[in-house]
Design a binder for this molecule. Structure first.
Ligand code: ACO
Length: 402
């Protein structure tokens, strides 16, 4: 296509596009979305096939290196990650400084940023070996950090990683296990969580990925760029939606609202109430990830014994919204996180950990985008323009005359 930005820059014109609704910031070969048709593909592979047949570690490899790994490549990749799951002992103490009631998202983003201080031999964005090392360190250590953030919040002792387990099993053990006590990983939970991580692994230029790219465009290191992405993800309009959905469902139950009353409140925009977990900038038909999660929710909750009452409220809300003119006219459908919270809760995660799980899933996508950007010879620092609307010019007034 035409590089409109370049063309306009030479003419002195600036385009104004709040929220980048229609402005591409980059070319990319990682993830394809057709929002009208409800299609999502990683490196060309349909999300439905990956969710059914692949694993999170394999999908991470696919996103980062562009191809599905051979058996040998997968083993080498898995082995490298396994050898980097431990945290520096000093970094472990970092967690002690946070208040116990801290939300785990700022704990996670701070600890990820702190990796820049503890692992200074893998900071150079222009050295492919260092980028590779920081990639492996992030994939290996983020689940350990996430589990520690959880342990801190419940006041329980940390567990060292057990490297006989795979990435997801290890995370579950470090989260729910106790030192010196055997912990049996439930294969149903581990498989379901792995699948949910696959669904979250990339989503092209979303808010957090664009943040990772923007931070990284200044040649900032990979750790610190990912930390920026985690902060962007925390907002309830983005990754924080999974926590917000569950709080919304619980609120409806506690207040005893009928589904009709709640939908009316949303439509009247009372107190800015939104139907959390509904709507998406790109999907105007349906979110293919939501279809997979909804199907999984039924089977997983039946096995794990979830909160049926909240599931019923969620289903009734979806049904009411999908037949309501307000939602139809605005093309609002459930997004990936409308049903995930119910599954996370059934697995035993507290609501505040939901967005941390999203971050765990999105990590390989963030890394893939940061690397794609750095491998692009046309890399330019991200620097949007503005339309200035302030005073043109005025004279300074001494304090006594104001
Ligand atoms: N509930 C009620 N109304 C909504 C919702 C919603 N969830 N989402 C959008 N609308 C309405 C808007 O009020 C607006 O109505 P109007 O034209 O009368 O003013 C119209 O639909 C268009 O919405 P926008 O906000 O312009 O759409 P945008 O693309 O900017 O926002 C977003 C997308 C942020 C996802 C929005 O739909 C939303 O806030 N949803 C709830 C939060 C959520 O679930 N976020 C997760 C997104 S997916 C993810 O990150 C994993």
């Amino acid at each position: 296509g035409i590089d409109l930005g370049k063309l306009l820059a030479t003419t002195g014109y600036t385009t104004l596009d709040p929220g980048f609704v229609n402005t591409a910031s980059t070319k990319s070969a990682i993830t394809y979305i057709d929002g009208e048709a409800g299609i999502l593909r990683y490196r060309g592979y349909p999300i439905e096939q990956l969710a059914e047949h692949s694993t999170f570690i394999e999908v991470s490899y696919l996103l980062i290196y562009g191809e599905l790994p051979t058996a040998e490549q997968l083993e080498a990749f898995t082995d490298k990650i396994r050898r980097h799951t431990l945290l520096h002992e000093d970094l472990k103490r970092f967690f002690d400084g946070f208040p116990r009631n801290a939300h785990p998202m700022p704990v996670l983003s701070s600890a990820i940023n702190a990796l820049s201080a503890y692992y200074q031999d893998s900071l150079n964005p222009d050295d492919p070996e260092q980028v590779e090392l920081s990639t492996i360190r992030l994939l290996a250590k983020l689940p350990t950090i996430a589990a520690y953030a959880y342990k801190k919040s419940v006041g329980q002792p940390f567990l060292y990683p057990d490297n006989s387990l795979n990435l997801v099993e290890n995370f579950l053990r470090m989260t729910f296990g106790f030192p010196a006590e055997p912990y049996e990983v439930d294969p149903e939970i581990s498989k379901a969580l792995d699948m949910l991580l696959i669904l979250h692994a990339d989503h092209e230029q979303n808010c957090s990925t664009s943040t990772v790219r923007l931070v990284g465009s200044s040649d900032a290191n990979l750790f610190t760029s990912i930390s920026g992405g985690i902060n962007a993800l925390w907002g309830p309009l983005h990754g924080g939606a999974n926590q917000a959905v569950l709080e919304m469902l619980e609120g409806i139950r506690e207040r005893g609202d009928t589904v009709e009353d709640f939908v009316k409140k949303v439509k009247n925009k009372e107190d800015g109430v939104k139907l959390m977990g509904f709507g998406h900038r790109v999907y105007r038909n349906y979110d293919p990830r939501a279809a997979i999660v909804k199907k999984a929710a039924d089977t997983i909750l039946a096995k794990l014994g979830g909160d049926d009452e909240l599931l019923e409220i969620a289903k009734a809300l979806e049904e009411a919204a999908l037949t309501d003119e307000y939602f139809i006219a605005r093309k609002l459908y459930p997004n990936v996180d409308f049903y995930t919270g119910l599954i996370y809760r059934a697995m035993g995660f507290p609501t505040r950990m939901f967005t941390v799980l999203f971050a765990m899933g999105r990590l390989p996508g963030w890394i893939a985008h940061w690397r794609e950007m750095h491998n692009d010879a046309a890399l330019k620092i991200g620097r949007p323009r503005q339309i200035y609307t302030g005073y043109t010019e005025r004279d300074y007034k001494e304090l006594t005359t104001r």
